[in-house]
Structures are given as C-alpha cells and as structure tokens.
Design a protein around this ligand. Sequence first.
Ligand SMILES: NC(=O)CC[C@H](N)C(=O)O
Length: 192
Amino acid sequence: MKIGVLALQGAVAEHIRSIELAGGEGVAVKRTEQLAEIGGLIIPGGESTTIGKLMRKYDFMDAIRAFAAAGKPVFGTCAGLIVLAQRLEGGEEPHLGLMDMTVARNAFGRQRESFETDLDVKGIETPLRAVFIRAPLITQVGDRVDVLSVYKDEIVTARQGNLLASSYHPELTDDYRLHGLFLDMAREAAGA
Ligand SMILES: NC(=O)CC[C@H](N)C(=O)O
C-alpha cells in the first residue's frame, strides 16, 4: 500500500520511515497529480500557516478535499491536524476544513513546549509513545468524531471516518503503530 506524505514543509522523511516500518510504501507528494497514485495521505507537522499557504499556492486545497471525498484516508499530525480542522480558536481562518472539530494552536503553553509521554489510544493495545512539540489541542468535536485518546482530559487523537488526526508526532519515535492503524484504514478503503 502506497502512502503519500505531503512534502511542502515539515517532518516528511520521518513519516516515510514510519510508514515503511509499519509495512507500507512511503512517497513524498509534491504535486497534486501524485494523489492519484496513493492510497492514503499524511499531512505532517511543521507550521500550519506555512503549510496552508503552500497548499493554496500549489492547488492542493480542492485536490485533497476531492481525495478525501472519494473515501481515501487522510492523516494529519500536529500542524497537519490544524490543517484538517473545520474551526480554529481565536477566529483564525481554517485550511482544509474537513474534520468536525475546533482546534487551539500551541495549546500547551511555553513552559511545556515539548514533552514525551505514553498515551492510551483506542485500537492500539498498549500505550503509544508520543512526542508533543508546540502541540495543538482539540477543544471540541462534533458527533461524527470518535475520540481515540486524551491527555490530561484534553483530546489529542481523533478519527472521523477516513480522517485521522493526532496533536503529537507519532513519526519521531520507533513506535509506528499509529501509522499501522492508518495503513489499515487505507487498505480497507482500497478494499484490500
Ligand atoms: N509541531 C508542530 O507541528 C507545531 C504546530 C505549530 N505550532 C502550528 O501552529 O502550526
């Protein structure tokens, strides 16, 4: 199963590595035409404002919306989660606006800019190692959204059908099980 990683800005190589550790094939996606060749797309962490700008510049907005509307899975991590959200706290303009959730950027404050923890995630048997870097939080979700994990009562992993989102960076550890879960979503969507 070929999984693309949106390669406009951010942690691309690390996601490709995790997809391959999980048994898939990872490719860097730089042009919209490449969406036709992949069974799922990861939007990586980085800086959501920059990623959003580059997505608009290279015509990825409607192309990714069509990809998702066709039932293909999309996984946003950290800045990628912000890009997926329908609503951003503080009245900031949303980007793809696909997931029925409200997101607060940089929600952990300066004192705790980065940290690692073990998270219980629905669908993953033992706690997942997670790295948070200036992470966003999901502050509200709609009915269609399934909460997969919480950290200190805050939502940090969620799924809405073929859309998956994590506040943290699952690609910065050797624990590739969330990528495995995403690969399963892509296999299922492909009917494999
Ligand atoms: N590690 C990250 O992706 C950080 C996200 C970044 N703070 C943003 O708001 O876009």
